[in-house]
Design a protein around this ligand. Sequence first.
Ligand SMILES: NC(=O)C1=CN([C@@H]2O[C@H](COP(=O)(O)OP(=O)(O)OC[C@H]3O[C@@H](n4cnc5c(N)ncnc54)[C@H](O)[C@@H]3O)[C@@H](O)[C@H]2O)C=CC1
Ligand SMILES: O=C(O)C(=O)Cc1ccc(O)cc1
Length: 294
Amino acid sequence: MNKAQTQSDFFIPRLAVIGVGLIGGSLALALREAGAVGEIVGIGRGLENLQKALDLGIVDRITQDAAEGCRDADVVFLATPVRTLADVAAAIIPSLKPGAILTDGGSVKAQVAQEIEPLLRDDVFLVPGHPIAGTEKSGAEAAFATLYQGRRCILTPTKSTDQEALLFIQRMWATVGSEVVLMDVTKHDRVLAAISHLPHMVAYSLVNAVGSYDRYEENILEYSAGGFRDFTRIASSDPTMWRDIALTNRDALIEMMERFERFFGELKEDVRQGDDGKLFDFFQRSKQMRDEIL
Ligand SMILES: NC(=O)C1=CN([C@@H]2O[C@H](COP(=O)(O)OP(=O)(O)OC[C@H]3O[C@@H](n4cnc5c(N)ncnc54)[C@H](O)[C@@H]3O)[C@@H](O)[C@H]2O)C=CC1
Ligand SMILES: O=C(O)C(=O)Cc1ccc(O)cc1
């Protein structure tokens, strides 16, 4: 038994991470810190980011050839933007070894599972997942070992998900400190549209609206105080990632954007009419709900 194995009874002899950015890199670092992984292969398109991941000790070896990099992997973690996941899976599935588990960290689940499941072999298992942890930063340099500690990770098994593989991936997330929650895939996409995807759309819109206000010469964003910064941190998130999320969870997101428009419209009317009672109630209800949960 090697030194790493003595630290954890959960162990992945060889892990392949495709997309060594914030999410993939942080899982690699956390598993390594827990002594729960042997070799980690980093796979990606950009050599510069891969080299950074190698230099930072996030992975042990790098390759741009996904099929080659995954060939001996026991677990493959897909951590690329959601619209790339199916193509990446298609490229690697034929070369995976029997018994390999394919899992992912994508922010949207239904469409991706629908696209990947038909590509599977009988001896390769898919466990769709989504760590509810992250920041507005991206790339290997943004990865850190404690990202998943004390956070939830949602797994969305379908009726064809192998139970042993599911259990293994549950243990993987528990090993890095996450509380695993199993959720129906449609529910996942609706809940995340509400609590994560809509807020990002609102933050991006707010920065565009205020940042393009051109009545005065100077960039008025320079006058922003704490509230604007707090509210818009997530508008610094990666544009490719959010374009992919918006387009992959389109129906649930549009439903939530329309719901938001109704509430925003109501607020606008109350302001226009100077209805102080309604305005107070609107703010009071919101404050109560937020104070109860956060
Ligand atoms: N950023 C966040 O807070 C969270 C992101 N996610 C999900 O995790 C996934 C990864 O996100 P991040 O790590 O934040 O992104 P990131 O931008 O930090 O890392 C993604 C990496 O994938 C590489 N990549 C892109 N397309 C590729 C392809 N076709 N083949 C191989 N490599 C490719 C990129 O070059 C980049 O290095 C996304 O699906 C995202 O929706 C999930 C939870 C939180
Ligand atoms: O930075 C933040 O606060 C986030 O909300 C990060 C995040 C982004 C996408 C996800 O699917 C999950 C978490």
